[in-house]
Design a protein around this ligand. Sequence first.
Ligand code: KG4
Ligand code: ZN
Length: 359
Amino acid sequence: MKKNITFLGIETSCDETAAAVITENNRGTADILSNVVSSQINEHEEFGGVVPELAARSHLEKIEYIIKKTIKESKIPLSKIDGVAATAGPGLIVCLTIGLNIGKSIAAFSEKPFIGVNHLEGHALSPGLEKKVPFPYLLLLISGGHTQFLIVKDVDKYEQIGTTIDDALGEAFDKTAKMLNLGYPGGPSVEKFSKLGDKNYFKLPEPIIGRAGCNLSFAGLKTAVLRKSKEIKDNQKLKYDLAASFQFTINKILYKKTKIAIQMFKEKTGAKKTKLIVAGGVAANKSIRENLSELSKKEGLEVIYPSVEFCGDNAAMIAWAGIQRFKKELTSKLTIPARSRWPLDEKAPFLKGPGLNLK
Ligand code: KG4
Ligand code: ZN
């Protein structure tokens, strides 16, 4: 019988210190033996955003405990683990280095293979933890640092067909929450307070909605929210209306751009049927899920969202990406560096900064 592969995964790219032990089961999905995530919400709350030095110090303080706890909970001794995977980028270098170095050390001392995982590949393959999804599929990756449409052709094979040209979607949520003083972390609080507001009260811009394929832009929307938030001052009702209008506008943008991405996916792959995967921290948002489920129904395709615990940053998805790479013999050297920028599709144009000419 084929041996089921078990990996230890470690994630410290931003503000979650996480470790997990998972095994690929006979159904081709994951048995999660342990999955420990320690969030730094309290550390960053007073600043309304992640402070890199604080995040790094917090990772350093917690990482040993988190890894020991994970291994203990998994009931698998380190000697029985087949390999170690740790996030090598993209992310904050001071944070990445902590998980990456400890992962390399564990692998070296226990004489196991090591895999430096691209965090985005972790999100991209995350639906596989719970469900076997055949390649190729269309991925909408919406997180705090990234917003992209990708054709996931296989492990290690990605084609980017759209991206944000300025802010990431999670960032737009976080900044909106900060401007409206709705609390930290921003995404979940905007979602919560949106329910109390009138989504049609403010008419907000939908940048580059009619052009640039399925590329996205949120900077103009953010500026509009800033302007309105100054006008409405501390009026609680209007704050909720603005949060609701912001989320409604996001949904309109995602609806239109995802529709274009589905068409592009079909044209590029020749596939008549496809699956849409929505992954990353923002994919936890229920109203975005309902909106994209409605679109998928109209377009006649299945949409898959990872469980909420696997949408936000976690190490189970890193261990899973590690297992999938290990099966393809894509292991890393122990010299693999941490990278702040690491696109999944290295050939994709870098669509940021002044002088962009999008049609
Ligand atoms: O994937 P993730 O945990 O970390 C990155 O790789 O960036 O995503 C974090 C982002 C944050 O911007 C957070 O505000 C957003 O995901 N987020 C949400 C929700 N939950 C988390 N955004 C909107 N609605 C939510 N319910
Ligand atoms: Zn992430």
